[in-house]
Design a protein around this ligand. Structure first.
Ligand code: RP5
Length: 168
């Protein structure tokens, strides 16, 4: 049986789950298999390192790691794997997510983490799909369709706007 695209989603706390739902929706749309775990760089560091070390042999293609505040999870996972890690900064209550963003994006050279916007869970999923498009042609094709549909929707909105402007 040929291998199926598979993404591991790790989050620092179960309180991050509402953001992760956006990710799951997109990955389901693209029929990508997922696994979701709570795992913290600070509260469960051994679990974080084990999950990252095993991710490749467990058949994952990409890791999405969501964390807020001193958001070290994506970087710690990236330290233990050669799989691409996408960091998803979670909006925090005290510093509007800037703490999360900077903690994730400012990786030292040699250990990259591809960082999306604060709470940018849909883009995290889409970036994972695009990365996997090099391995799975069906995902590449679906991504072309996704973009075409998005462009179509924007054009429809523009036509509606033009109609509205005519009546003003
Ligand atoms: C981070 O701290 C988590 O990723 C979460 O965004 C934040 C708060 O965690 P909880 O205190 O809600 O568990 O580790």
């Amino acid at each position: 049986m040929s291998k199926q695209p598979k993404v591991a989603i790790f989050m620092g706390s179960d309180s991050d789950f509402p953001v992760i739902e956006g990710c799951l929706k997109i990955l389901k749309e693209f029929q990508v298999e997922t696994r979701v775990n709570v795992c913290s760089a600070h509260r469960t560091p051994d679990k974080a390192s084990e999950l990252a070390k095993n991710a490749e042999k467990d058949g994952f293609d990409v890791i999405i790691a969501a964390a807020g505040k001193a958001a070290h999870l994506p970087g710690v996972l990236a330290a233990f794997t050669v799989l691409p890690v996408i960091g998803l900064p979670i909006l925090s209550s005290t510093l509007d997510g800037l703490d999360s963003l900077l903690s994730i994006v400012q990786m030292p050279s040699g250990i990259p983490v591809a960082t999306v916007a604060i709470n940018g869970s849909e883009n995290a999923a889409l970036l994972a799909v695009q990365i996997m498009g090099g391995t799975y042609p069906e995902l590449r094709a679906k991504m072309h369709d996704y973009k075409a549909k998005m462009a179509e929707a924007v054009e429809k909105k523009d036509r509606q706007l033009q109609e509205k402007l005519k009546g003003m």
